[in-house]
Structures are given as C-alpha cells and as structure tokens.
Design a protein around this ligand. Structure first.
Ligand code: FAD
Length: 381
C-alpha cells in the first residue's frame, strides 16, 4: 500500500492531467481549423474576444441557462460557408472535442449550447440564405434561418404560397425541422418534415452530402429524428403549400362561469374531425377577474378560407363556442402569421426578420392526449 500515492496526491494529479489534456485538445482543434480555413479569426470566438459573450447570449432563449454558473463553451465557431462547417466537424473529431450545434437556440433545455463536458458551439446563425422558386413551388432554406425569415421571404414572392411550420418566428429552421415541426396548418398539411424533399448535411467525417449521397435511411432520420443526432444539417429543400388569398382568424375567451369546461370538452371531440382547413388551439390559464381567481380557456384559430364559410362550419360542428362573424378577422396568410405570433394588427412583415426575442425562465413538457379528458378531469386540472 505504501507504493500508492495518498488521496490528496491523486487529486493533484487529476487536476493537473485534465486541464492539460483539455488544453491540448483545444490547441489541436485551433491548429487544425487554421490549417483548413484562413478566415479563422473571423469565425472563431474565444472567451477573451469582446464579442464572445454577446454571441453566446444572443441565442440563449431560456434564462434558466443564462446564469454565471451555466457551463460555457471554450470556443464558438460561426461558419460562413459549408466548408467551414465541414472543417469544424473534422477538427472537433480529431481533437476529441464535444461539439454542440446551435441554429435558433430554442431548445427547451438548452441542449444546443450547454454541456457538463468541456465543449464548443458550432453556431449556424450566419448560414441563413433562403432561395424560393415560385415556379416549382420549392425552396432551399439554410439551417441558420429562422421561421420568421422563411415566412417573410415567402410573403415577398407570393400571397398564395405558405409553409406549414411553427408559430414562433425566432425558432431556428435547423432544430425545428430536425425535430418534425408543427404549426397551425398541421391538420391540412401535416408536419414541416412532410414537406422536406432534399437536404444537405455534414456527416461525422466532414463529408457534405445531399439526399442522393446520404441515402434514404439517413434522409428519413434527419426529418424528425432529433437535432444533432445524425450530422449537421446545412440546409433543407422544402415544398411549399398553397394558401388562399384570404384566411380568417379568431380568438375567443371563455371562463369557467361561461361554460369553459363543457366547451373545452366538446372541442376535444371536434378538433380532429372538423374540416381540415380549420385549426383551433386552446390555451387554458388561471386568471384573476374582478379579484376572483378562475380558469380561462382561450380558443385561437386559423381557417384557410373566408369568414362566411368559417361561421357556417362552426355553427354546424361546434355551435357551443358561439362563433359570430364579428368575432372573425379576414386577412392574408402572412398577416395571420403575425397575428399568431402576437404582433398587433397592422404590424409590418419586417417584424418577422427581428431575431430578438423575449427571453423567459422556461420549463416546458409536451404530451399527446390519446383519449379526450373527461369533464371531471378538466375540472380537476
Ligand atoms: C418560444 C418557443 C416556441 C416554439 N414554438 C414551436 C412551434 O410552434 N412548433 C414546434 O413544432 N416547435 C416549437 N418550439 C420548439 C422548437 O421547434 C424546438 O425546440 C426546435 O428544436 C428549436 O430549433 P432551434 O434551431 O431554434 O433550436 P436549437 O436550440 O438551436 O437546436 C435544437 C436542437 O437541434 C439541434 N440542431 C440545431 N441546429 C442543427 C443543425 N443545423 N443540424 C443538426 N442539429 C441541429 C441542436 O443541437 C439541438 O439538439 C418552440 C420553442 C420555443 C422555445
């Protein structure tokens, strides 16, 4: 036993060993990257760079992960070209460094920019070009684009082409489409990934591949299999969907005293059966009205058609909500995108290009309800 070092000695050895090996990997990575890219200084941010904190924090979309105790990356790489992405993957692999891929930073648990292991961030925000071909009704969208930028681009090209994806404009295309992507045209058109027809990715060996090169299995996996699992997505080729020149929206609030429980219960029975042009979301929240705590259900809708048809449809299939024509607003599809993103009526579509977002403390979980919740269950909730 005398030959073994004492516990404090082991600790000192460990402390010496780990920082050194990490520093070595770090240097290996930087050297490898500079060998491959002469633009290194403009794409790599170390903690001593004055822009490091700003870049790191800009795409932190959850204040839970913006604390002094949150683990920080030792480097942020911000590629300007596909080749930069490829070089980053190759160098991170050869240096044995954990790579986090970030597009819009909206991961609910900060997975794209936090890790307990030493890590670097591959930040895709510069790769945000979007090209739309109205003739073929398709487009290429780079992973660092936001949904808002995609919707904006569509609006500049056509009033009758849309894309079925999420309602929050600052969500990144890279993470959103990798995970499926659902929005308020879900009932008519399914998920975003149902409209992805090609993609460009960088695999673990740094190869840039399109659908043909990657093969159908991998192409299937990157459309919903979860971000960062199968490589770095550079861009998705999407098929656009037709939207009418006039759509309708409404927002109706009902408290418990206004029969919210029965109406929400009925909504569960009709929501998946009513005309596919109609999507109704319900938000159930505790509120205080006249100093009394109660529960309020807010019904928010997008209808791909005019308000006359909407009112008739609702009268037949969901009369309990009591929708009247004056509750509805007719607008273009892009205006409905702004409406759903809670912008005031009349807000310019330029607002969709704004990458700033309100950052809150968030913890979110989703689930699928297989059977309608009973009225008793709703009351219990
Ligand atoms: C406020 C808010 C509103 C939302 N609204 C909706 C909604 O309406 N509909 C909906 O379906 N979802 C919604 N989401 C969920 C959102 O779609 C997912 O969290 C999505 O993964 C975010 O993508 P991102 O690029 O912004 O996030 P990131 O945090 O950058 O990435 C998320 C995940 O994808 C990986 N990833 C990112 N980019 C790439 C890439 N280029 N290649 C490979 N992997 C990558 C990351 O490593 C991480 O694992 C919302 C989330 C928030 C916070």
């Amino acid at each position: 036993m005398d030959n073994f070092p004492s516990c404090p000695s082991i600790l000192v050895l460990l402390l010496l060993f780990f920082p050194l090996s990490w520093a070595d990997s770090h240097d290996t990575f930087i050297k490898c990257l500079s060998d491959q890219s002469n633009q290194l200084s403009s794409i790599v941010y170390t903690p001593t760079n004055p822009s490091y904190t700003k870049i790191l924090q800009f795409y932190v979309r959850n204040r839970r992960f913006n604390r002094t105790t949150t683990p920080k990356p030792s480097l942020i790489v911000t590629p300007l070209t596909e080749t930069h992405v490829s070089a980053t993957v190759v160098c991170a692999k050869s240096a044995g460094i954990h790579l986090k891929i970030r597009s819009g930073g909206h991961d609910y648990d900060g997975i794209s920019y936090v890790s307990d292991d030493p890590f670097i961030i591959l930040d895709m925000f510069n790769l945000r070009s979007i090209t739309i071909d109205a003739k073929t009704q398709t487009g290429w969208v780079q992973a660092g684009s936001t949904l808002g930028e995609l919707y904006y681009k569509l609006a500049t090209i056509s009033k009758t082409l849309g894309f079925p994806a999420g309602v929050c404009p600052t969500v990144g295309v890279g993470g959103h489409l990798s995970g499926g992507g659902y929005g308020n045209m879900l009932r008519k058109y399914g998920l975003s990934v149902d409209h992805v027809i090609d993609a460009r990715i960088v695999d673990v060996n740094g190869r840039i591949m399109d659908r043909t090169a990657m093969g159908e299995d991998l192409f299937w996996a990157i459309r919903g299999g979860g971000g960062a699992s199968f490589g770095v997505v550079l861009a998705y080729k999407i098929r656009l969907v037709p939207v009418p020149e006039v759509v309708s929206v409404f927002r109706i609030e009902k408290t418990v005293a206004q029969n919210a429980t029965d109406i929400v219960h009925k909504w569960q029975l009709v929501a998946d059966k009513i005309d596919n042009d109609l999507f109704i979301r319900v938000l159930i929240q505790p509120v205080t009205i006249n100093k009394k705590r109660t529960i309020r259900a807010t019904f928010i809708s997008l209808f791909l058609g005019d308000s006359d048809r909407l009112v008739k449809l609702m009268g037949n299939d969901f009369p309990e909500l009591g929708l009247k024509k004056e509750d509805c607003m007719e607008m273009t599809w892009i205006e409905s995108v702004l409406y759903w993103a809670n912008f005031d009526n009349g807000t310019s579509i330029y607002a969709l290009l704004d990458r700033n977002s309100n950052v809150n403390f968030l913890k979110r979980k989703s689930d699928y309800v297989q059977n309608p919740i009973s009225k008793e269950g709703l009351e219990w909730i």
